[in-house]
Design a protein around this ligand. Sequence first.
Ligand code: UT7
Length: 332
Amino acid sequence: MSMSAYRSRIAGTGSFLPENLITNKYLETLVDTNDEWIQERTGIKWRHKVKEGQYTSDLAYEASIQALQEAQIKASDLDMILFATVSPDQVMPNTACVLQSKLKAGDCMALDISAACSGFVYALAIADQFIKTGPMKNILVVGAEVLTPYVNYKDRDTCILFGDGAGAAVVTRAQDDQDSIIYSHHLHADGEISDLFVLPAGGSKVPFSQKVLDEEMQYVKMKGREIFKHAVRTMSKCCKEALEYNGFTPDQVDWVIPHQANVRIIKAVAYHFGISMEKVVVEIEEMGNTSAATVIIALDKAIKDGRIKRGQNILLTAFGAGITSGSLLMKY
Ligand code: UT7
């Protein structure tokens, strides 16, 4: 199937969720909602929130240290850092460079990937290409977000969903005796429906001003129901595309790891894709939607608790603002 010179392999993973919790009970004190509704309609019990002075790069650092240790790779051996995020420490410099410095990685390529909730899958696909074609051996792929500053805690549609968190994977060139492989990745985008989920201010279109604060344009704006429908349709399609391309049937997939935005989206994707929920990794209950970080956090947790084992076929799929989407099928 693969004509490439090399294969890539996830050699180590890590994840980190900050200590502070935003519980459903706490949200009841802020907006007209309740614990039962949130759990039933989203599957979320709580989300995590950074403490004062803790930034996206700090969460990423904790996850990256774990991933590097597990992979037995020194930060100085990294050829590239790919940092998937829509909540960088600052617009400039990119957060990959900030992380490079915190890890003392030394000279390497360092780049942020902005694809919202699909960010980690996009970044992992890019890492695979750089390894497959030969120029690089060790790549750190991060998905990390601090979304809480962009959430309006007066808007019950969004404040119940989002939280902070980070995950990281060290992707390396596989040795001859290791049979891990990334079989395929299929990435998509549809800018025609970009208005479904936006953060209006902070870019060149709406630079910061008093007007931004007065009109609360510093917060995310989401058409929840519309996104829900597109998420189900798109991730189901992405899963089928991955299998068709590789000539796989759903029963050859050991685990599906979808973007964790809403447990009802995940269940609907499993139903349309034709796979039992027993083969789907669901980690949304205790973290909410952490955008680019959800897929790698869920992957890391399932590896750490023994659900995912070497040699198993893992299908990642994601969907996010843009609208971006994609899948990645691998033998772990
Ligand atoms: O990473 C991608 C980003 N975003 C997403 O993936 C989000 C996708 N969308 C969703 O997860 C869901 O659409 C929401 C969780 C945002 C909303 O759930 P829903 O089941 O689609 O609710 P709805 O908007 O259809 O509203 C149903 C009812 C409405 O009341 P009425 O009109 O039936 O009386 C809402 O006003 O639920 C009400 N409602 C709430 N009630 C209590 C909406 N939000 C809340 C709330 N608490 N937080």
